[in-house]
Design a protein around this ligand. Sequence first.
Ligand code: AMP
Length: 192
Amino acid sequence: MRIILIGPPGAGKGTQCQRLSGLLRVPHLSTGEMLRAAVRAGTPEGLEAARFMQAGQLVPDPLIVGMVSGRLMAPDCRDGCLLDGFPRTVPQAETLDDMLERRAISVDGVIELAVPRDELVRRMLARKRADDDPEIFSRRIMSFEEQTAPLLEYYGRQGKLASIDGLGTADEIFERIRVSIDRFRRRARIRG
Ligand code: AMP
């Protein structure tokens, strides 16, 4: 199955994706993690991306698309993958749809982890990461609201969106995700 997790920074996508990757037995593809690895390794992509990441802005599409398309074509993604942090804009989603369509496959379902803004700030203050500076963090939330939230409508129109409450324990949230995945599975079976 090909599943996308969408949620604002601090919604818990990474934690849930790790568990979900075990359940679905497909790789967890996190563009944020790939970029942080490129920054650590000091690759040209990493150097270019770092400027944007440090400012709480999205990295330009060509860099991201180049990185993800290679990864999506890897043999371990043949039976599916879990996308975390990609797509993040409608143009990225359109590119993804084109990439998959060329191979006669598609996204099976999209899960939105909905978390109110004040809870995100509370969680951010409880953890520490280089781009977790309060000002940069609020810029990342703004970027989510302006550039990524329109994806909810994009996938809603395709009938692929499940919005779930991102408040509660990790176990409770995982259970809600599992229920949505079962629904995606049934629908994929009906579609044949
Ligand atoms: P994340 O760990 O998913 O929150 O990503 C950390 C940072 O990496 C983001 O704030 C962006 O600067 C960058 N990034 C990750 N994924 C993307 C993407 N799909 N498009 C553009 N920038 C991204």
